[in-house]
Write a protein that binds this ligand. Structure first.
Ligand SMILES: [Fe+2]
Length: 359
């Protein structure tokens, strides 16, 4: 395959009628695309695995597995979710379009289609896919960096995975929106990404940091924010990265924000982060029991460091979780996302609003 060939985009045309497929294939071949064909839903799913197309033209009405089902399955899979899907159908009714959008379709064309319209839509969606892939790669790089930092720190163990799990269930318990819960979960991995910019003699030092080393260490929140800022998809995680060491009384860093000036999502994350650190074994300490950890959190709240209302909610959430009440459990979060855990969620929305959370 030469360089030019490797740049050609591949289109999968799925239709149970050979004549319809041929029309689409003829039009797209003229445009210089490589074409793969499938005559049914199951054949399309096989084809996607083998050919990894850049776009799929998908017939809706097919015997057996229809186009909606094919689309739904592909959009659920990590490997195939970014492939744009254009539904090609004779149907032009509103219900079909809504259903197509609900199962993740990107566009619609009706038969018989207009050559120029087909060409323009295919070109635009293929370009969009390339941009999404670049973005996806950038996100993956950031998560890899965060993972690497965690693996170098002998103190943390699987801290990040546990944070992600706990973020999901506590976020659901607070009835936060899905994007907020996603940001909380991403925060689990990314909150300390700025440690990549902290020299080893400080980051890995055994024993206490002196005051100048401590000043360097504190920079990790600002460095982390700078690393993630260019990515639009990271926007919701930035407050967690920058503000997860602020304190309710204003004695934290980097900005010394106090009370509701601290973004609420950063407050929520901080409580989870501290609780996990307390209940985990570290080289310098044994794991505290949940009750002991809540006691310490309460002491810190008494000292003025934490949001009292939030800590109250967190404590009752943890107690209910450990009593088995409402089937709250953790450990599935990262793997099962975006599945809702099915926990009974108390209506805390008015409370959350009072706490100052607006998103
Ligand atoms: Fe941190």
């Amino acid at each position: 395959m030469n360089f030019i060939d490797s740049e050609r985009s591949k289109i999968l045309v799925v239709d149970d009628h050979p004549a319809s497929r041929m029309t689409a294939v003829a039009l797209l071949s003229v445009e210089g695309y490589d074409i793969v064909e499938a005559h049914s839903g199951p054949a399309a799913l096989d084809c996607v695995k083998q050919a990894n197309p850049d776009l799929i033209l998908l017939d809706v009405m097919m015997p057996g597995m229809d186009g909606f089902e094919v689309c739904h399955r592909l959009k659920q899979e990590e490997q195939t979710r970014l492939i744009p899907i254009i539904f090609i159908t004779a149907l032009n009714d509103r219900r079909s379009r809504i259903r197509g959008i609900e199962c993740g379709g990107d566009d619609f064309l009706t038969k018989p289609f207009d050559h120029l319209e087909l060409s323009a839509r295919v070109k635009s969606l293929v370009r969009q896919k390339r941009l999404n892939e670049d973005l996806d790669h950038a996100e993956k790089v950031l998560f890899s960096i965060a993972r690497t930092i965690e693996s170098r720190d002998p103190n943390t163990g699987n801290h990040c995975d546990r944070l992600v799990d706990l973020s999901q269930v506590f976020g659901e318990y607070l009835n936060l929106s899905r994007p907020d819960i996603r940001d909380l979960m991403w925060g689990g991995y990314l909150h300390d990404i700025g440690k990549v910019g902290i020299p080893d003699n400080v980051l890995l030092k055994k024993g206490r940091l002196n005051s100048s080393e401590w000043e360097i260490m504190k920079q990790h929140v600002v460095i982390g924010e700078q690393i993630c800022k260019p990515l639009r998809t990271m926007r919701g995680v930035l407050p967690i990265i920058r503000h997860h060491h602020e304190r309710w009384d204003g004695s934290g860093y980097p900005d010394g924000l106090a009370g509701p000036d601290i973004p609420f999502i950063a407050q929520v994350f901080q409580v989870i982060d501290i609780y996990d650190a307390l209940t985990s074994e570290r080289p310098y300490k044994a794991a505290f029991s949940p009750e002991k950890a809540l006691e310490i959190l309460a002491e810190e709240t008494e000292r003025g460091w934490r949001n009292p209302k939030l800590v109250e909610h967190f404590s009752s959430f943890i107690r209910r979780m450990h009593s088995g009440e409402n089937n709250i459990s953790i450990g599935q979060g990262a793997k099962s996302w975006p599945r809702r855990s099915g926990i009974a969620v108390p209506n805390l929305l008015p409370e959350v609003a009072r706490l100052g959370f607006t998103s």
